[in-house]
Design a binder for this molecule. Structure first.
Ligand code: SF4
Length: 328
């Protein structure tokens, strides 16, 4: 399986000034992220709100500029690619946004929304009808939906329309930002089944941004866990869920309301809220909340350590295996 997308030490930096941010100058919303997505595979990015996962996805889709590092797609560096060349690749890397109805113009019919790329190319109306029917069928919607408007469809149907819009561009990498957020559990399952089916049929690679660990467990091949803009762990999904190396991963898995029944994981609770990205803690940035923190953790930043099954950023990986009781 060959690499479709390779990120190496990617940084997304925003200038900030005024109000609360008067003295900040800039913040790294994404900081030193490295990962690889293979062709036809699904990669999940997990983290709390503000962890930088959507910013990372937007940088991959070209909607944010990566300030440093490398973003290679099919071996080609995307950072600083001239706009004309990047526009061609934009068809292959498509992002589905989090707000399904809000991302659809209320003044356009579903047919107009999903066939826009063909209309721009000058396709005739009769052929646009056929394309609309084809795309709607691919996402499991009947042809009469072509005549409807976004305010006439449900949230789940709007997500399917969002997928149909993306498919019109014949993408190779689909970035789905919280594809199941706000949907009933049964509709969530349908959405995941749809993505899985399309992946099988079209050979799509999918990057899923989510805070839902069950989505990750059921649909992804690999997973990356983000905290304060950095990956703290990444690897094969089954391995990470069965034997997490970083305490933050363990805490997320422990907090999952539907834990993996086969995984025998210690239950830990984190203290407090994540620190502000404006005031990153020294040393390991997780040490203010880590129940296993030791003296060196507050002064020495752990390196990104890459092994056979994955990578992590912790001085004492899987440290809880030495603990019998749940840390206070
Ligand atoms: Fe916890 Fe220390 Fe590992 Fe950071 S380096 S996650 S503080 S054990």
């Amino acid at each position: 399986m060959s690499a479709l997308l390779e990120l190496n030490d990617v940084v997304v930096r925003f200038g900030v000034r005024g109000g609360l941010f008067r003295d900040a100058g800039s913040i790294d919303a994404v900081s030193g992220v490295s990962l690889t997505i293979d062709e036809g595979k699904t990669y999940g990015i997990v983290g709390e709100s503000g962890s930088g996962k959507t910013t990372l996805a937007r940088a991959v889709a070209g909607l944010h500029h990566a300030s440093a590092g490398s973003i290679r797609y099919r071996g080609q560096e995307l950072r600083d690619l001239p706009e004309a060349q990047f526009r061609k690749l934009r068809r292959e890397i498509v992002m589905m946004f989090q707000d399904p109805i809000g991302s659809l113009s209320p003044r356009l019919s579903i047919k107009s929304l999903i066939t826009e790329p063909f209309r721009i190319q000058g396709m005739k109306d009769r052929d646009l009808d056929a394309e609309a029917r084809r795309l709607l069928a691919m996402v499991g919607l009947p042809p009469e939906f072509a005549a409807r408007y976004p305010y006439q469809i449900s949230g789940g149907q709007a997500r399917r329309v969002g997928v149909a819009r993306a498919l019109a561009l014949d993408p190779k990498l689909l970035i789905a930002d919280e594809p199941t957020a706000g949907l009933d559990v049964s509709i969530q399952g349908e959405m995941l089944n749809l993505l899985g089916r399309l992946q099988d049929e079209l050979g799509l690679a999918i990057m899923i941004i989510t805070h839902n660990l069950n989505v990750v467990r059921h649909i992804t091949d690999r997973v990356g866990i983000m905290y304060l803009g950095k990956l703290v762990e990444e690897g094969d999904t089954d391995t990470v869920f069965a034997t997490p190396q970083h305490p933050y991963t363990l805490a997320l898995l422990a907090a999952n309301p539907e834990p993996d029944p086969d995984a025998q994981l210690m239950r830990i609770e984190l203290q407090g809220e994540p620190p502000s990205i404006l005031r990153r803690p020294k040393g390991c940035e997780f040490h203010t909340r880590c129940p296993f923190a030791q003296a060196s953790c507050s002064s020495q930043m752990p390196d990104w350590q890459v092994g056979d099954a994955g990578a992590h950023r912790c001085h004492f990986p899987a440290v809880w295996t030495n603990h019998k009781a749940v840390p206070a």
